[in-house]
Design a protein around this ligand. Structure first.
Ligand SMILES: [Zn+2]
Length: 379
Protein backbone atom coordinates (compact mmCIF):
# COMPACT_ATOMS: atom_id res chain seq x y z
CA UNK A 1 0.00 0.00 0.00
CA UNK A 2 1.30 3.38 -0.60
CA UNK A 3 -0.41 5.57 -1.49
CA UNK A 4 -3.44 7.46 -1.56
CA UNK A 5 -1.19 10.43 -2.16
CA UNK A 6 0.98 8.88 -4.74
CA UNK A 7 -0.86 9.57 -7.95
CA UNK A 8 0.43 11.99 -10.50
CA UNK A 9 -0.98 15.44 -10.12
CA UNK A 10 -2.11 14.89 -6.55
CA UNK A 11 -0.20 18.10 -5.93
CA UNK A 12 -2.68 19.99 -8.07
CA UNK A 13 -5.42 19.46 -5.53
CA UNK A 14 -3.32 20.19 -2.44
CA UNK A 15 -4.45 23.78 -2.28
CA UNK A 16 -8.04 22.65 -2.68
CA UNK A 17 -7.65 20.25 0.21
CA UNK A 18 -5.84 22.62 2.50
CA UNK A 19 -8.94 24.67 3.20
CA UNK A 20 -11.38 21.82 3.03
CA UNK A 21 -13.63 21.26 5.99
CA UNK A 22 -14.35 17.67 6.95
CA UNK A 23 -17.64 17.02 5.12
CA UNK A 24 -16.07 18.41 1.96
CA UNK A 25 -13.07 16.06 2.12
CA UNK A 26 -14.71 13.20 0.25
CA UNK A 27 -15.82 15.57 -2.47
CA UNK A 28 -12.27 16.92 -2.65
CA UNK A 29 -10.91 13.40 -3.08
CA UNK A 30 -13.31 12.72 -5.93
CA UNK A 31 -12.42 16.07 -7.41
CA UNK A 32 -8.74 15.26 -7.07
CA UNK A 33 -9.21 12.06 -9.08
CA UNK A 34 -11.08 14.05 -11.71
CA UNK A 35 -8.30 16.64 -11.79
CA UNK A 36 -5.65 13.93 -12.16
CA UNK A 37 -7.56 12.29 -14.98
CA UNK A 38 -8.19 15.66 -16.64
CA UNK A 39 -4.47 16.41 -16.38
CA UNK A 40 -3.52 13.12 -17.99
CA UNK A 41 -6.18 13.61 -20.69
CA UNK A 42 -4.93 17.17 -21.30
CA UNK A 43 -1.39 15.90 -21.78
CA UNK A 44 -2.71 13.21 -24.10
CA UNK A 45 -4.91 15.43 -26.27
CA UNK A 46 -2.50 18.39 -26.38
CA UNK A 47 0.34 16.13 -27.45
CA UNK A 48 2.44 17.85 -24.76
CA UNK A 49 3.74 14.44 -23.69
CA UNK A 50 5.32 14.05 -27.14
CA UNK A 51 7.11 17.41 -26.84
CA UNK A 52 8.22 16.65 -23.28
CA UNK A 53 9.40 13.13 -24.04
CA UNK A 54 13.02 13.95 -25.01
CA UNK A 55 13.50 15.94 -21.81
CA UNK A 56 11.58 13.94 -19.24
CA UNK A 57 11.44 10.37 -20.48
CA UNK A 58 14.83 9.82 -18.84
CA UNK A 59 16.96 6.72 -19.26
CA UNK A 60 14.42 4.40 -17.70
CA UNK A 61 11.53 3.97 -15.30
CA UNK A 62 10.55 1.79 -12.37
CA UNK A 63 6.86 0.96 -12.46
CA UNK A 64 5.02 0.39 -9.18
CA UNK A 65 2.12 -2.04 -8.79
CA UNK A 66 0.37 -3.71 -5.88
CA UNK A 67 -2.40 -6.20 -6.76
CA UNK A 68 -2.68 -7.65 -10.26
CA UNK A 69 -6.02 -9.42 -10.61
CA UNK A 70 -9.28 -9.42 -12.60
CA UNK A 71 -11.67 -6.59 -11.87
CA UNK A 72 -14.17 -7.27 -9.07
CA UNK A 73 -17.86 -6.35 -9.36
CA UNK A 74 -18.31 -4.76 -5.89
CA UNK A 75 -19.70 -1.21 -5.90
CA UNK A 76 -17.50 -0.28 -2.92
CA UNK A 77 -13.77 -0.60 -3.74
CA UNK A 78 -11.94 2.21 -1.94
CA UNK A 79 -8.54 0.54 -2.49
CA UNK A 80 -9.09 0.15 -6.23
CA UNK A 81 -6.15 2.45 -7.00
CA UNK A 82 -3.93 -0.36 -5.67
CA UNK A 83 -4.89 -2.91 -8.33
CA UNK A 84 -4.61 -3.30 -12.07
CA UNK A 85 -5.97 -6.06 -14.28
CA UNK A 86 -3.71 -8.56 -16.07
CA UNK A 87 -4.94 -7.01 -19.34
CA UNK A 88 -3.73 -3.54 -18.34
CA UNK A 89 -0.33 -4.97 -17.34
CA UNK A 90 -0.18 -6.72 -20.72
CA UNK A 91 -1.09 -3.46 -22.51
CA UNK A 92 1.75 -1.63 -20.73
CA UNK A 93 4.28 -4.35 -21.60
CA UNK A 94 3.11 -4.33 -25.23
CA UNK A 95 3.43 -0.54 -25.34
CA UNK A 96 6.97 -0.66 -23.88
CA UNK A 97 7.99 -3.34 -26.34
CA UNK A 98 6.71 -1.16 -29.22
CA UNK A 99 8.89 1.68 -27.89
CA UNK A 100 11.89 -0.70 -27.81
CA UNK A 101 12.17 -0.29 -24.03
CA UNK A 102 13.98 -3.22 -22.42
CA UNK A 103 12.46 -4.76 -19.28
CA UNK A 104 15.24 -5.55 -16.80
CA UNK A 105 15.68 -6.64 -13.18
CA UNK A 106 16.53 -4.23 -10.34
CA UNK A 107 20.04 -5.75 -10.22
CA UNK A 108 20.53 -4.91 -13.89
CA UNK A 109 19.08 -1.40 -13.42
CA UNK A 110 21.57 -0.87 -10.58
CA UNK A 111 24.40 -2.05 -12.83
CA UNK A 112 23.40 0.20 -15.74
CA UNK A 113 22.99 3.26 -13.51
CA UNK A 114 26.36 2.57 -11.85
CA UNK A 115 28.15 2.02 -15.16
CA UNK A 116 26.23 4.81 -16.88
CA UNK A 117 25.23 2.36 -19.58
CA UNK A 118 22.23 4.05 -21.18
CA UNK A 119 22.52 2.62 -24.70
CA UNK A 120 18.90 1.46 -24.52
CA UNK A 121 15.98 2.77 -22.45
CA UNK A 122 14.87 0.35 -19.76
CA UNK A 123 12.02 -0.31 -17.36
CA UNK A 124 11.70 -2.29 -14.13
CA UNK A 125 8.44 -3.66 -12.74
CA UNK A 126 7.95 -3.79 -8.98
CA UNK A 127 5.03 -5.04 -6.86
CA UNK A 128 4.73 -4.04 -3.20
CA UNK A 129 3.47 -6.13 -0.24
CA UNK A 130 3.78 -9.72 -1.59
CA UNK A 131 0.21 -10.44 -2.69
CA UNK A 132 -0.55 -13.95 -3.93
CA UNK A 133 -2.14 -12.48 -7.06
CA UNK A 134 1.37 -11.39 -8.13
CA UNK A 135 2.13 -15.08 -8.58
CA UNK A 136 -1.25 -16.10 -9.98
CA UNK A 137 -1.92 -13.18 -12.37
CA UNK A 138 1.20 -11.02 -12.81
CA UNK A 139 3.76 -13.81 -13.31
CA UNK A 140 1.90 -15.45 -16.27
CA UNK A 141 1.74 -12.06 -18.06
CA UNK A 142 5.40 -11.29 -17.31
CA UNK A 143 6.29 -14.74 -18.71
CA UNK A 144 4.57 -13.91 -22.02
CA UNK A 145 7.17 -11.14 -22.43
CA UNK A 146 10.10 -12.85 -20.70
CA UNK A 147 10.01 -9.83 -18.40
CA UNK A 148 11.61 -9.89 -14.94
CA UNK A 149 9.99 -8.21 -11.93
CA UNK A 150 10.61 -7.60 -8.24
CA UNK A 151 8.17 -8.28 -5.40
CA UNK A 152 8.78 -6.45 -2.10
CA UNK A 153 7.77 -8.59 0.86
CA UNK A 154 6.84 -7.40 4.36
CA UNK A 155 8.10 -10.32 6.44
CA UNK A 156 5.16 -10.26 8.89
CA UNK A 157 2.73 -10.62 5.95
CA UNK A 158 4.62 -13.73 4.79
CA UNK A 159 4.55 -14.93 8.39
CA UNK A 160 0.73 -14.60 8.29
CA UNK A 161 0.62 -12.18 11.20
CA UNK A 162 0.92 -8.72 9.66
CA UNK A 163 -1.78 -6.05 9.63
CA UNK A 164 -3.07 -4.70 6.35
CA UNK A 165 -5.12 -1.97 8.01
CA UNK A 166 -6.33 -0.35 4.77
CA UNK A 167 -8.00 -3.63 3.76
CA UNK A 168 -9.38 -4.16 7.29
CA UNK A 169 -10.92 -0.67 7.06
CA UNK A 170 -12.49 -1.50 3.68
CA UNK A 171 -14.03 -4.68 5.11
CA UNK A 172 -15.32 -2.99 8.28
CA UNK A 173 -17.16 -0.39 6.20
CA UNK A 174 -18.35 -2.95 3.66
CA UNK A 175 -19.89 -5.05 6.45
CA UNK A 176 -21.48 -2.27 8.52
CA UNK A 177 -24.57 -0.14 7.86
CA UNK A 178 -23.49 2.34 10.54
CA UNK A 179 -20.29 2.87 12.54
CA UNK A 180 -19.57 4.82 15.72
CA UNK A 181 -16.18 6.48 16.01
CA UNK A 182 -14.60 8.10 19.06
CA UNK A 183 -13.68 11.37 17.31
CA UNK A 184 -12.18 13.89 19.76
CA UNK A 185 -13.52 11.80 22.65
CA UNK A 186 -17.14 11.88 21.43
CA UNK A 187 -18.82 8.82 19.91
CA UNK A 188 -19.79 10.05 16.45
CA UNK A 189 -22.13 8.08 14.14
CA UNK A 190 -20.92 7.51 10.58
CA UNK A 191 -23.40 6.46 7.89
CA UNK A 192 -22.22 3.42 5.94
CA UNK A 193 -25.59 2.23 4.55
CA UNK A 194 -25.10 2.79 0.81
CA UNK A 195 -22.07 2.43 -1.52
CA UNK A 196 -21.88 6.24 -1.76
CA UNK A 197 -22.03 6.61 2.05
CA UNK A 198 -19.38 3.91 2.39
CA UNK A 199 -17.03 5.76 0.02
CA UNK A 200 -17.48 8.97 2.01
CA UNK A 201 -16.99 7.08 5.28
CA UNK A 202 -13.77 5.47 4.02
CA UNK A 203 -12.23 8.84 3.18
CA UNK A 204 -13.27 10.29 6.52
CA UNK A 205 -12.10 7.31 8.59
CA UNK A 206 -8.85 7.04 6.63
CA UNK A 207 -8.06 10.70 7.42
CA UNK A 208 -9.06 10.23 11.07
CA UNK A 209 -6.81 7.17 11.46
CA UNK A 210 -3.85 8.91 9.82
CA UNK A 211 -4.39 11.89 12.16
CA UNK A 212 -3.95 9.78 15.33
CA UNK A 213 -0.63 10.51 17.09
CA UNK A 214 1.03 7.12 16.60
CA UNK A 215 0.77 3.89 14.67
CA UNK A 216 -0.10 1.98 17.88
CA UNK A 217 -3.19 4.14 18.41
CA UNK A 218 -4.22 3.52 14.80
CA UNK A 219 -3.76 -0.23 15.15
CA UNK A 220 -5.75 -0.27 18.41
CA UNK A 221 -8.68 1.59 16.83
CA UNK A 222 -8.69 -0.71 13.78
CA UNK A 223 -8.57 -3.81 15.98
CA UNK A 224 -11.47 -2.53 18.11
CA UNK A 225 -13.52 -1.79 14.97
CA UNK A 226 -12.71 -5.24 13.54
CA UNK A 227 -13.94 -7.02 16.64
CA UNK A 228 -17.10 -4.85 16.82
CA UNK A 229 -17.95 -5.50 13.16
CA UNK A 230 -16.90 -9.15 12.86
CA UNK A 231 -13.90 -8.66 10.57
CA UNK A 232 -11.13 -11.28 10.88
CA UNK A 233 -8.20 -8.88 10.96
CA UNK A 234 -5.58 -11.56 11.57
CA UNK A 235 -6.77 -13.60 8.58
CA UNK A 236 -6.22 -10.87 5.95
CA UNK A 237 -2.46 -11.42 5.51
CA UNK A 238 -2.93 -15.19 5.22
CA UNK A 239 -5.78 -14.75 2.75
CA UNK A 240 -4.04 -12.27 0.43
CA UNK A 241 -0.26 -12.59 0.86
CA UNK A 242 2.11 -15.39 -0.07
CA UNK A 243 3.39 -17.51 2.82
CA UNK A 244 7.08 -18.39 3.11
CA UNK A 245 6.33 -21.74 1.49
CA UNK A 246 4.64 -20.10 -1.46
CA UNK A 247 7.38 -17.48 -1.71
CA UNK A 248 10.03 -20.21 -1.93
CA UNK A 249 8.39 -21.62 -5.06
CA UNK A 250 7.70 -18.16 -6.50
CA UNK A 251 11.25 -16.91 -5.87
CA UNK A 252 12.67 -19.91 -7.72
CA UNK A 253 11.29 -18.51 -10.99
CA UNK A 254 14.19 -16.93 -12.89
CA UNK A 255 12.05 -13.85 -13.66
CA UNK A 256 11.39 -13.12 -9.98
CA UNK A 257 13.46 -11.06 -7.53
CA UNK A 258 12.33 -10.77 -3.90
CA UNK A 259 13.04 -7.50 -2.11
CA UNK A 260 12.38 -6.28 1.43
CA UNK A 261 9.44 -4.09 2.54
CA UNK A 262 10.18 -4.02 6.34
CA UNK A 263 8.84 -6.43 8.97
CA UNK A 264 5.55 -4.80 9.98
CA UNK A 265 4.90 -2.43 7.05
CA UNK A 266 5.39 0.55 9.36
CA UNK A 267 5.88 4.21 8.55
CA UNK A 268 9.67 4.24 9.06
CA UNK A 269 9.96 8.01 9.50
CA UNK A 270 7.66 7.81 12.53
CA UNK A 271 9.91 5.24 14.27
CA UNK A 272 13.04 5.83 16.34
CA UNK A 273 16.26 5.31 14.44
CA UNK A 274 16.86 2.06 16.36
CA UNK A 275 13.49 0.64 15.37
CA UNK A 276 13.69 1.87 11.78
CA UNK A 277 17.10 0.27 11.44
CA UNK A 278 15.83 -2.98 13.01
CA UNK A 279 12.84 -3.05 10.62
CA UNK A 280 15.15 -2.73 7.61
CA UNK A 281 17.95 -5.10 8.64
CA UNK A 282 15.78 -7.76 10.27
CA UNK A 283 13.21 -7.96 7.47
CA UNK A 284 16.09 -8.57 5.07
CA UNK A 285 17.60 -11.22 7.36
CA UNK A 286 14.25 -13.00 7.78
CA UNK A 287 13.60 -13.12 4.03
CA UNK A 288 17.15 -14.30 3.31
CA UNK A 289 16.84 -16.97 5.97
CA UNK A 290 13.44 -18.20 4.78
CA UNK A 291 14.21 -18.17 1.05
CA UNK A 292 17.96 -18.84 1.13
CA UNK A 293 18.53 -16.00 -1.34
CA UNK A 294 20.33 -12.71 -1.08
CA UNK A 295 18.03 -9.68 -0.69
CA UNK A 296 19.59 -6.52 -2.13
CA UNK A 297 16.61 -4.23 -2.84
CA UNK A 298 14.16 -2.38 -0.62
CA UNK A 299 10.82 -0.55 -0.98
CA UNK A 300 9.86 1.87 1.81
CA UNK A 301 6.27 1.22 3.04
CA UNK A 302 3.98 4.11 1.98
CA UNK A 303 7.16 5.52 0.44
CA UNK A 304 6.08 9.17 0.26
CA UNK A 305 7.99 12.04 1.85
CA UNK A 306 6.04 11.56 5.12
CA UNK A 307 7.28 7.97 5.42
CA UNK A 308 10.80 8.07 3.91
CA UNK A 309 13.32 10.91 3.89
CA UNK A 310 17.02 11.57 4.27
CA UNK A 311 17.38 9.53 7.46
CA UNK A 312 15.75 6.46 5.88
CA UNK A 313 17.76 6.85 2.65
CA UNK A 314 20.98 6.89 4.71
CA UNK A 315 19.89 3.92 6.84
CA UNK A 316 19.09 1.83 3.77
CA UNK A 317 22.50 2.70 2.35
CA UNK A 318 24.40 1.90 5.55
CA UNK A 319 22.54 -1.40 5.97
CA UNK A 320 23.77 -2.31 2.51
CA UNK A 321 20.75 -2.26 0.22
CA UNK A 322 21.88 -1.90 -3.38
CA UNK A 323 18.75 0.10 -4.26
CA UNK A 324 15.70 1.38 -2.40
CA UNK A 325 12.54 2.65 -4.09
CA UNK A 326 10.13 5.31 -2.88
CA UNK A 327 6.61 6.12 -4.07
CA UNK A 328 7.71 9.63 -5.10
CA UNK A 329 6.72 9.91 -8.76
CA UNK A 330 9.43 10.23 -11.37
CA UNK A 331 11.48 8.59 -14.11
CA UNK A 332 15.14 7.54 -13.86
CA UNK A 333 17.87 9.89 -15.12
CA UNK A 334 21.67 9.50 -15.21
CA UNK A 335 21.82 11.50 -11.96
CA UNK A 336 19.55 8.92 -10.25
CA UNK A 337 22.79 6.96 -9.78
CA UNK A 338 23.70 9.44 -7.03
CA UNK A 339 20.47 8.59 -5.16
CA UNK A 340 20.40 4.80 -5.32
CA UNK A 341 18.37 4.49 -2.08
CA UNK A 342 15.86 7.21 -3.06
CA UNK A 343 14.73 6.01 -6.48
CA UNK A 344 11.45 7.37 -7.82
CA UNK A 345 8.76 5.27 -9.45
CA UNK A 346 5.80 5.58 -11.82
CA UNK A 347 2.57 4.27 -10.30
CA UNK A 348 0.33 2.08 -12.42
CA UNK A 349 -2.78 3.32 -10.65
CA UNK A 350 -5.94 1.23 -10.90
CA UNK A 351 -8.08 4.34 -11.23
CA UNK A 352 -6.43 5.27 -14.53
CA UNK A 353 -6.38 2.02 -16.47
CA UNK A 354 -6.81 3.49 -19.91
CA UNK A 355 -4.54 2.25 -22.71
CA UNK A 356 -4.68 5.71 -24.37
CA UNK A 357 -2.84 7.17 -21.37
CA UNK A 358 0.11 4.75 -21.56
CA UNK A 359 2.18 7.12 -23.75
CA UNK A 360 1.60 9.87 -21.17
CA UNK A 361 2.96 7.61 -18.41
CA UNK A 362 6.03 6.54 -20.37
CA UNK A 363 6.80 10.05 -21.64
CA UNK A 364 7.60 11.24 -18.12
CA UNK A 365 5.32 14.22 -18.75
CA UNK A 366 2.90 13.36 -15.98
CA UNK A 367 5.58 12.95 -13.33
CA UNK A 368 7.43 16.04 -14.61
CA UNK A 369 4.33 18.20 -14.15
CA UNK A 370 3.82 16.73 -10.69
CA UNK A 371 7.41 17.54 -9.73
CA UNK A 372 7.31 21.11 -11.04
CA UNK A 373 9.67 20.02 -13.85
CA UNK A 374 12.44 18.91 -11.47
CA UNK A 375 13.92 15.60 -12.57
CA UNK A 376 15.14 14.29 -9.21
CA UNK A 377 13.16 14.38 -5.96
CA UNK A 378 15.47 12.97 -3.29
CA UNK A 379 15.60 15.75 -0.71
ZN1 LIG B 1 3.35 -1.56 0.92
Amino acid sequence: MSDRDNSFFSGLSLSLRRNANRPARALMKQLRNTVIRAGMEALYFSGAHILLRPIFAGVGAIFMLHHVRPRRADAFQPNHHLEVTPDFLRAMLTHLRALDVEIISMDEAHRRLTERNFARRFACFTCDDGYRDNRDFALPVMREFGAPFTVFVASDFAEGCGKLWWIALERIIAAASAIELPIAGVMTPIDTATPQAKRTAFGRMHDWLRSLPGEQEMEAEISALCSRHGVDEAGIARELCMSWDELRGFAADPLVTIGAHTITHCNLAKQSETIASFELATSRARIEDALQRQVAHLAYPYGDRIAAGQREFALARSIGFRTAVTTRPGMLFPESADHMTALQRVSLNGNYQDARLLPVLTSGAATAVWNGFRRIDAA
